[in-house]
Write a protein that binds this ligand. Structure first.
Ligand SMILES: [Zn+2]
Length: 55
């Protein structure tokens, strides 16, 4: 089950999440970025960091 933690990309944020697959996980991360980090869109660079931090 893929999981992600904001702190793994250097954010001071306790958010962590997991999902049944990477697609669902990316949706959850995008929702969290929008709601908690006021990021309407994540850049390609940011997604690269995020994907490296998915375990
Ligand atoms: Zn966060």
């Amino acid at each position: 089950m893929p999981s992600f933690k904001c702190k793994d990309i250097g954010l001071k944020c306790p958010f962590e999440t997991s999902a049944a697959n990477e697609f669902d996980l990316e949706q959850k991360i995008a929702d969290h970025a929008r709601e908690a980090h006021k990021k309407e869109h994540l850049s390609a660079d940011e997604w690269m960091k995020i994907k490296k931090a998915i375990h």
